[in-house]
Ligand binder design. Structure first.
Ligand code: NAP
Length: 324
C-alpha cells in the first residue's frame, strides 16, 4: 500500500470547525503538516466560485479534505430540501473545480450514505449506489453530494486529478449538533431523554414507528478513516465508511434511555416519517484498501456522547450566552 506522507504539507480542511471536521483536524495535527487551514463559512462562503478561487490562491493547499456541507436530520431535510440541494451542490462543484485549477495533489470528497437508493439490499455495497432513487426526504441532500463522486471520477479520467470519494454512515460522538431544528437522531434523542429525566417527565415520544434500522460510526473512528484514506487511497471507486453494526430506532431509543437513566415509558409517534427503512454498509473495501476498521463499541461511544452533552455542551452553551 503506497502511502502519501502528510508531513510538511499544507492541508485545507473545509468544514474543519464542524463536528466531524474538528476531529479530523485533531488527527491531522499528529502528522506534522506544515499548516492546516479550516476557515468558517463567515470567512469563506464556499457556495461562491469566486470565494473558492480566492481561498485556493491564498492557501495554496497540497491537499484538500472537503467536509463543508449543509447537513441535518430528517426534519431539517424535510423542511429545507431546496437549500440543501443548492448549498451542497454548489459548494462541491466549486471547491473541487478550484482545487483542480490550483493543482491540488490530493482531493478527498465526503459523501453520505443518504446517496444510496431507498431500497438497497443490506449490506449496502458501493456497487449498488446507482441502482435507484434515494429515500425521498434525503434525496436532495444525498444526490447533491453524490455529484462529488461523478465530478471526482470525471476529473480523474480527463485531467488525472487525484480525487477520492468516501461515504460515511451516520456519525455520532462528542461535539455533535444538538440543535433542535437540525440535529440527527442520536443527539436529538439524548437531549430528549436527559431533559425528560431532569424534569421528571414520565414519557418520551420518538419520531416514527421505531422499525427502521441504522448503522452508526463513532466520530473519532470516522475521522481516522478519512485520514487513512487521505494517506493511502488513490482510486476512483467510492468507499463506504462504517462500523458494520445495525440497530433499530426502537432499540436505539431504549439504549439511550438506559444510559441516561430514564425510567418512564417510550412512545413512538407513527404519524412522523421513518426515513430509509434499513441502513447497514458493507465495509470490506475500506479494510482492504486502507486498513480501516472501526474500533469503538457502540456502548462506549454512546456513553462518551451522553457525558459530553451533559458536561461540555452545556458549559459551552452557558459561555455563549454569557458572551451574548
Ligand atoms: N454527521 C453525520 O452523521 C454525517 C454522516 C455522513 C456524512 N457526513 C458528512 O460529513 C461532513 C461534515 O458533517 P458534520 O456533521 O461535521 O457537519 P457540521 O458539524 O454541520 O459541519 C459542517 C461544516 O461545514 C461548514 N459550512 C457549511 N456551509 C458552508 C458554506 N456555505 N461555506 C463554507 N463552509 C460551510 C460549516 O462551517 P460554519 O459552521 O462556519 O458555517 C461547518 O464547519 C459533511 O460533508 C457531511 O455531509 C456527515
Amino acid at each position: 500500500m503506497d502511502e502519501i506522507s502528510l508531513r510538511n504539507k499544507t492541508i485545507l480542511v473545509t468544514g474543519g470547525q464542524g463536528f466531524l471536521g474538528s476531529h479530523v483536524v485533531v488527527l491531522l495535527q499528529k502528522e506534522s503538516p506544515k499548516a492546516i487551514i479550516s476557515p468558517s463559512s463567515k470567512e469563506y462562503d464556499l457556495r461562491s466560485q469566486t470565494v473558492c478561487e480566492e481561498l485556493m490562491k491564498k492557501v495554496k493547499p497540497d491537499i484538500v479534505i472537503h467536509l463543508a456541507a449543509n447537513v441535518g436530520g430528517i426534519g431539517y431535510n424535510r423542511e429545507f430540501p431546496g437549500l440543501l440541494f443548492y448549498d451542497n451542490l454548489t459548494m462541491g462543484v466549486h471547491v473541487m473545480h478550484e482545487a483542480w485549477k490550483a493543482k491540488v495533489k490530493k482531493f478527498v470528497a465526503i459523501g453520505t450514505i443518504c446517496a444510496y437508493p431507498k431500497f438497497t439490499p443490506v449490506p449496502f455495497k458501493e456497487a449498488y449506489l446507482w441502482n435507484g432513487y434515494p429515500e425521498e426526504t434525503n434525496a436532495p441532500y444525498g444526490l447533491a453530494k453524490k455529484m462529488l463522486l461523478v465530478q471526482s471520477q470525471a476529473y480523474r479520467t480527463q485531467y488525472g486529478f487525484n480525487s477520492i470519494f468516501l461515504l460515511p454512515v451516520n456519525l455520532y460522538g462528542p461535539g455533535d449538533n444538538f440543535d433542535n431544528k437540525s440535529s440527527h437522531v442520536i443527539p436529538a434523542l439524548i437531549k430528549k431523554f436527559v431533559t425528560a429525566k431532569e424534569k421528571k417527565e414520565s414519557k418520551v415520544t420518538v419520531w416514527g414507528t421505531g422499525a427502521p434500522t441504522r448503522e452508526f460510526l463513532y466520530v473519532e473512528d470516522g475521522a481516522l478513516a478519512i485520514v487513512l484514506a487521505t494517506k493511502r487511497y488513490n482510486k476512483p471507486e467510492p468507499v463506504n465508511l462504517g462500523s458494520s453494526f445495525e440497530l433499530s430506532i426502537h432499540e436505539l431509543a431504549h439504549q439511550i434511555g438506559d444510559v441516561v437513566g430514564f425510567q418512564g415509558t417510550i412512545e413512538f409517534d407513527v404519524t412522523k416519517p421513518d426515513g430509509q427503512p434499513r441502513r447497514k454498509l458493507d465495509v470490506s473495501r475500506a479494510d482492504e484498501e486502507f486498513d480501516f476498521k472501526s474500533s469503538t463499541s457502540f456502548e462506549v461511544g454512546l456513553k462518551r456522547t451522553v457525558e459530553w452533552y451533559k458536561k461540555e455542551f452545556r458549559i459551552q452553551n452557558l459561555k455563549r450566552h454569557d458572551i451574548l
